[in-house]
Design a protein around this ligand. Structure first.
Ligand SMILES: Cc1cc2nc3c(=O)[nH]c(=O)nc-3n(C[C@H](O)[C@H](O)[C@H](O)COP(=O)(O)OP(=O)(O)OC[C@H]3O[C@@H](n4cnc5c(N)ncnc54)[C@H](O)[C@@H]3O)c2cc1C
Length: 441
């Protein structure tokens, strides 16, 4: 597949934060841009857990890439999975959804394919403990959470019922904390009075991590606040433990201090503990003869190009530079930088290498209704103010006014009434054999 028009062809692999911001920077450049993604939508990952717990719909946290880039006349969107790369012929091999393949050739390439969940060498856990990286993951977790209460309702009192009413979340970073808090909150506020034989308020939510406190990257002050908020919500904390095994009936955790091994019975286990670069990055590293770090990321030059390949940029979560974190701001600023560099080059302006400068906008996490934390340089916010600023930041970063207004309305409804309107999910197998993953979603 080649691009008509005779202009230099920029291929951007990945339509996430990094890829779409790179494309936007090229809107007025004299290039033809192709945005390739295996999905058809741009996903706002920071609110995935709200989709999983029934507050927001799939449509509120996604935007079709075609609609997003519709007005950008030099840009087209192609759905397909990048499978391989040949820098000698500047060709990318792409897989279609039906298994067939085609090729794309490029003059400039931006790779922004992001991360996937890491199970630290235990991919067999995934079957029992879905991660939280894609829309499919969020819908699966939605089914696992609401489906667990349905299972418990039809069981007689006893151990089996209690197992269905126990939820284990592995990983106490922002996503794990948000997910654990939301499950307790929906059990207390949303579905508390909807069941007859069970009391959803008795649901146990247990949060596991090897570190000493949840949200430890936010510093000790905010981590202490998070502990109090989570405990007030009824989340049980198992900190300083490593999860060593997961199966259909629960998990095993080992204390990092005294080595004690404990078994926790839970029918629903969710994994938010680690990330690693998606598999395609391995192909890229091999083809370009460069190394990957512990997380599978590729080290880049100061201008975000790959050493020895001045026409290939690595952007976002998969780029390793100065220990920058895998957050949306790094990805979108990196995408804009790559787009700007390509434009300068095409316009014939001397490409004296412009180093990427990251402006740190801090980090924020939601704990529960009226409780959030924000870390911005020396400013630390928690409680209501932290929650309010968290909401403001997330609304500001959502794509377009339609998403912002509908999300704000939904939030207000959910805050005031405690209702969650997005509780539908495709029926799937809740049995051990399927691991709950429905092939249809
Ligand atoms: C649950 C969750 C919560 C988060 N919360 C926050 C937060 O509160 N604040 C914050 O700053 N950051 C947060 N992040 C991190 C933030 O979302 C990422 O840093 C950001 O999305 C990275 O952007 P990216 O462009 O590198 O990758 P992504 O946004 O992941 O985009 C990668 C794109 O590449 C596509 N792709 C992957 N492989 C291929 C392939 N082989 N071929 C074609 N396309 C491919 C994917 O479909 C995807 O569209 C969160 C992440 C998650 C998962």
């Amino acid at each position: 597949m080649s691009h008509e028009g005779g202009r230099p062809h920029v291929v951007i692999i990945g339509g996430g934060f990094g890829g779409t911001f790179a494309a936007r920077r090229l809107a007025k450049a004299s290039v033809a841009v192709t945005v390739l993604d295996r999905s058809t939508t741009n996903l706002f990952q920071p609110l995935l857990y709200q989709c999983a717990t029934g507050i927001l719909s799939e449509g509120q946290i996604t935007e079709p890439l075609r609609a997003m880039l519709e007005k950008q006349k030099n840009t087209r969107v192609v759905q397909g999975e990048a499978l391989d790369l040949d820098p000698s012929t500047k060709t990318i091999t792409v897989g279609r959804r039906d298994g067939s393949e085609f090729e794309l050739t490029y003059d400039y390439l931006v790779v922004a394919v992001g991360m996937r969940q890491s199970y630290f060498g235990h991919d067999e856990f995934e079957k029992f403990a879905p991660g939280m990286k894609t829309l499919d993951d969020a819908l699966l977790i939605r089914r696992r959470i609401y489906g667990a209460f349905e299972m418990a309702e039809s069981l007689p009192p006893g151990e089996e019922r209690q197992r269905w009413l126990t939820f284990a979340v592995v990983g106490a970073g922002p996503t794990g904390v948000e997910l654990a808090g939301q499950i307790r909150e929906l059990a207390e506020r949303t579905i508390a009075k909807e069941f007859h034989d069970i009391d959803p308020r008795e649901a146990r939510v247990i949060l596991f991590d090897g570190v000493e406190a949840p949200l430890n990257t936010f510093g000790p002050e905010l981590a202490t606040r998070a502990v109090k908020n989570l405990e007030d919500l009824g989340v049980e904390l198992q900190m300083g433990v490593m999860v060593t095994d997961v199966d259909a009936e629960g998990l095993t955790a080992q204390s990092s201090t005294d080595g004690e091994i404990k078994r926790f019975a839970a029918k629903t286990v969710m994994w938010t503990a680690g990330v690693q670069a998606v598999d395609f990055v391995q192909r890229v590293a091999k083809a370009l003869s460069v190394d990957q770090d512990r997380l599978g990321r590729i080290g880049v030059e100061r201008d975000l190009t790959v050493p020895g390949h001045p026409n290939i940029w690595i952007v976002g979560d998969i780029m390793a530079l100065n220990n920058l974190p895998g957050v949306a701001e790094v990805a979108l600023q990196g995408g804009m930088h790559a787009g700007r560099q390509i434009r300068r080059h095409v316009e014939g302006r001397p490409r004296d290498v412009e180093a990427f400068r990251y402006y740190d906008l801090g980090s924020a996490a939601y704990i529960s209704r009226f409780h959030g934390v924000v870390n911005f340089h020396r400013i630390r916010l928690s409680g209501f103010l932290g929650w309010f600023v968290w909401g403001f930041i997330h609304l500001a970063f959502l794509h377009g006014s339609r998403h912002r207004s509908s999300t704000l309305t939904t939030w207000l409804y959910s805050i005031v009434r405690g209702r969650r309107t997005e509780r539908a999910y495709p029926l799937g197998d809740m049995s051990d054999a399927e691991g709950g993953r429905n092939p249809l979603i």
